[in-house]
Design a protein around this ligand. Sequence first.
Ligand SMILES: Cc1cc2nc3c(=O)[nH]c(=O)nc-3n(C[C@H](O)[C@H](O)[C@H](O)COP(=O)(O)OP(=O)(O)OC[C@H]3O[C@@H](n4cnc5c(N)ncnc54)[C@H](O)[C@@H]3O)c2cc1C
Length: 344
Amino acid sequence: MTQTAPCSTAIIGAGIAGLACARALHSAGWPVTLFEKSRGPGGRLATRRLAEASLDIGAQFFSVRDERFQREVERWRRDGQIAPWPQRVWRVEAGQWHRHHDGRTRYIGTPRMSALTRHLAEGLTLQVDTRIVQLARDSAGWWLHDHGGHRHGPYDQVVVSAPTPQAESLVAAHEASLGEACRRVIQRPCWAAWARLAAPLPRLPGVPQDWQAAMPAEGPLRFVARNDSKPGRAEQGESLTLLARLPWSQEHLEADAAWVVAALLDALRTALPDGVELPAPSETGAHRWRYAQPDVFASGEAINRDYRRGAGGLALCGDGWRGPRVEDAWLSGYHLGQALINGN
Ligand SMILES: Cc1cc2nc3c(=O)[nH]c(=O)nc-3n(C[C@H](O)[C@H](O)[C@H](O)COP(=O)(O)OP(=O)(O)OC[C@H]3O[C@@H](n4cnc5c(N)ncnc54)[C@H](O)[C@@H]3O)c2cc1C
């Protein structure tokens, strides 16, 4: 396959898609700089670190369907960056707990989800705490303007891996078709609450004490994770992540975080078998993900095109272009990187 001459590339966003694209370009010897508005890489592979516990508050796990991603995942596993979790999942229907089996292996980053993206960022040029607010282009190339009034560049090309509503505000002024494509991808919100409990959850009748995650079939709550059941975290004590259903999150998008915590803890109490008391929480909080997962059906067309490229050196990657999973985001970034290198 022919390779094009290396182009200097700026990548906006250091989530798993931006990192996958950056790694592909870096491996081919292309100069790449990542710009990330948060304090570190990871995006929605996020971990809340308390004094004595780490709680994953974005993606809870990832699974593998694609062969190329499978090879990457095997490498991460050999390097000790990920481990299988959860292996003991329960479904809760009408107050009854049933063991959930689907034969699929799921993984998380170790010792926490965000450690995987920190690993992927090693050796790359990454500028954190830098929110890009505008792109400009002149005869020298692309310039990135950040929230502090600084200008970065010039670059031959710019990849935007931010969630589509945020990407739109950067690219629409330069290429209307890219802005329009962003507008068609709907990202649904999700509230994620966490709670450290003063005591372990009591034993649930008929459920072995080593259950790791639960999926209530009804109510506001869709997923409960016991963070202390994750590899390397046994010592941190009972620490739960509670993910709300997407429609419920949309309905309560502007609610107060404390109210959301109380509502999701109540939903957990309802899901526990009769007579089981939830121990008092010692520390709680909630994070509102405005753009949690793309709705692949909302636009009325199959997303499955992996990424978008414009004519003037702008490109878009991220889960919004492929599907609602970590795997989709990684494949989107990886495939865009390959396309840029191969000039197709
Ligand atoms: C609560 C929740 C639960 C989930 N559960 C699962 C699950 O169980 N399994 C699964 O496979 N997937 C799950 N997902 C989805 C998965 O996390 C995402 O699909 C994936 O992480 C998206 O990666 P990305 O790189 O496309 O986007 P992101 O991770 O959002 O990365 C984009 C990055 O761009 C940065 N950025 C945005 N705008 C700017 C700007 N202007 N300047 C600089 N930086 C900017 C952001 O800070 C972010 O770091 C979940 C997501 C959430 C929120």
